[in-house]
Design a protein around this ligand. Sequence first.
Ligand code: DLL
Length: 442
Amino acid sequence: MKKRCGVVLMKYWQPKYETMNREELAALQSKRLKKTTVSVFNNVPFYNKKFKELGIKPDDIRSIEDINKLPTTKKPDLRDNYPFDLFAVAKSDIVRIHASSGTSGKPTVVGYTAKDIDTWSDLMARNFTMVGLDETDVFQNAVNYGLFTGGLGFHYGIEKIGAMTVPSGTGNTARQLEMMIDFGVTALHCTPSYALYLAETAHEMNIVDKLSLKVGCFGAEPWSSNTRKQLEDALNIKAYDSYGLSELMGPGVAFECEEQDGLHVWSDHFFVEVLDENEEQVAEGEKGELVLTSLTKQALPIIRYRTGDITRLLESECSCGRTTTRISRLLGRADDMLIVRGINIFPSQIEDVIVKIPEVTEHFQIIVDRNNKMMDELTVRVELEEEAFTGELKDLAAVKRHVENELKGILNIRTNVELVERGTIPRTAGKSKKVVDRRAAL
Ligand code: DLL
């Protein structure tokens, strides 16, 4: 075991939990689910009432297979119990809260005991170890520190592996890049949309070869595999997908390994279901809503949380040797899905097309309108690259036509492409807003 300055540096690769066989894992999950069920029944009036309405008692939950007897929990349940009514411990046992802003009404507030914070930091540390980071790394955490879980969530995990943390937060892109060069930063965390902006700025400043980056951890919003490629090429890194949500903990719920073939959910702490709109399990390999149950949380245990995020369960074994449940890259949120003329469209499908076309940048915005014949119209605003006409497409009309055709091939719907000057579409260090749906205002 390595020591530095008197502190033992754990290697956060935990074969005992990460490579359990199915039976061992099910036994551990069963034990932890039973404990969680008792905790919510005894301590959270919301769950106590729900259990009684369904005629179930904690004793009815004998194994993880009984999970479908339990009620689901939805976002409005957290809002209705604002701020602390879903907590299963006394307020004096809470050492930290976080909150997610939410688009309407009250934010949802989540709480952590000291043990929860420790578990969370351990899981983050496991993620970093999984992608080869250790105490020799310098890790820049370029997300908002504060009520958003991404800042402190990553920060504690980075410190746990003993890496040097650069808590840069958000803002001032040129300064972020300067820090990366001056401090020899090897790993970066930010949203994928901000990473694209950082990469674009680094290229404009002609400083990419001064960077020592090797790993990027990107998440908090959907991004596509083409964006991954774009970021890996632009910054000379391996880019990993990081998934999480405040209600379950924050980042650290699921993370990619070096195989980059789906995300490992830490199954010793979270139980995964993928359900259809009737809360039935989808067929193997089908898309559905990710539903998560926390198995070890003290302050805010949560049962069958309907995340609203769309994914697929990956059944095959991962070549890395970990046996945890694996999910595919998140396709988007059920409520991000646009229905335009009866066709389901996810912004990530559009992103996949746009980032492959060299004549335009990766930044785009989707605008949905309803015309005077009450027909929906889809416009995708994309930025023209500065050297757009050096290839086969020689003018604006040709680029526009090409992007429209590529989009039609994927979406099966006619799209109007509006080409704008590079830099027109707002860049943000937080979660990007890709859709402007004007139909709601009509
Ligand atoms: O975004 C936690 C987080 C921080 C995750 C930093 C990763 C990195 P919330 O603000 O509560 O928490 O938002 C959670 O963001 O339900 C998804 O819709 C979306 N989301 C998070 N990660 C991904 C991802 C944090 N990798 C909501 N891919 C979730 C797609 C993601 N969507």
